[in-house]
Design a binder for this molecule. Structure first.
Ligand code: NDP
Length: 250
């Protein structure tokens, strides 16, 4: 077994399902101890924790709560301090969509998506970075989207949140470089998860036709890059936005 992340401690928000689950498993398989967070699906979280333990994260655990609530970030930081004695890797992955054309978009639809996808990542970074500063080492990977780089019709709220996440990450990378904390962004394209399972057969076909590789990606495709960015192999990479999209954005 490879051990790029032996002895490292990680938190993955929205780590119970989809891309977050694949990221948590990839980090654990490289030797990291992993805490996942989730909001509602207890069964999926319990299954992922069991799978993480099998993948050698013996202290794997889950924390339930809304990343859009700043109190939850404080709770997560306290958990990490108490149970992992710190944290090395933060992956802000939790995210939601609530699509619709922007002219008819309700305040609630715009605000809730931004609150979860952007404010949630900000709260986590603000509360967890102090633990990294103390040890003068940290790796933060924020999961944005091609929609945040290029925009997407029907996703003004989501695109705004994901573009905002890029701005947040780039500013943070400039503030934190001197403390040896790296901040990078991964921008997935069309990845097969519960989030994209909502699409009709026709939408799926149209999406795949627009992808250079002519197929949707797997959660593991994203997880491989995140595990690399979290490792010392990426020690000189910070402030980057890297697409995993089969060439969708080119
Ligand atoms: P899923 O819907 O499959 O999983 C979402 C995860 O986030 C679940 O673990 C869910 O918990 C958790 N979650 C949702 N809302 C909250 C919240 N408010 N607080 C805490 N946890 C929450 O999503 P994906 O795996 O598809 O997406 C993961 C990330 O990747 C998202 O940020 C998404 O925007 C991004 N992305 C996805 C793409 C895709 O094609 N799938 C493309 C580009 C980016 P629970 O299980 O309890 O519901």
């Amino acid at each position: 077994m490879s051990s790029n992340l032996e002895g490292k401690r990680a938190i993955v928000t929205g780590g119970s399902r989809g891309i977050g689950r694949a990221i948590a498993l990839a980090l654990a398989s490289e030797g990291a101890e992993v805490l996942i967070t989730y909001i509602g699906n207890d069964e999926a979280a319990a299954k992922t924790v069991a799978d993480l333990k099998n993948a050698s994260s013996s202290k794997a655990s889950s924390l339930k709560g809304d990343v859009g609530n700043s109190e939850f970030a404080k709770e997560a930081a306290a958990w990490l301090k108490e149970n992992f004695d710190g944290v090395d890797i933060l992956v802000n992955n939790a995210g939601i969509t609530n699509d619709g054309i922007f002219m008819r978009m309700k305040d609630e639809s715009f605000d809730s998506v931004v609150q979860t996808n952007l404010n949630g990542a900000f709260y986590m970074m603000r509360e967890i970075v102090p633990l990294m500063v103390k040890q003068r080492d940290g790796r933060i990977i924020n999961i944005s989207s091609v929609a945040g780089v290029k925009g997407n019709p029907g996703q003004a709220n989501y695109s705004a949140s994901k573009a905002g996440l890029i701005g947040l990450s780039l500013s943070a990378s400039k503030e934190l470089g001197v403390r040896n904390i790296r901040v990078n962004v991964v921008a997935p394209g069309f990845i097969k998860t519960d989030m994209t399972a909502k699409l009709s057969e026709k939408q799926l076909e149209q999406s795949e036709a627009a992808i250079t590789l002519k197929r949707a990606g797997e959660a593991e495709d994203v997880a491989e890059l995140v595990a690399f960015l979290a490792s010392d192999k990426a020690a000189y990479i910070t402030g980057q936005v890297i697409a995993v999209d089969g060439g969708l954005a080119i």
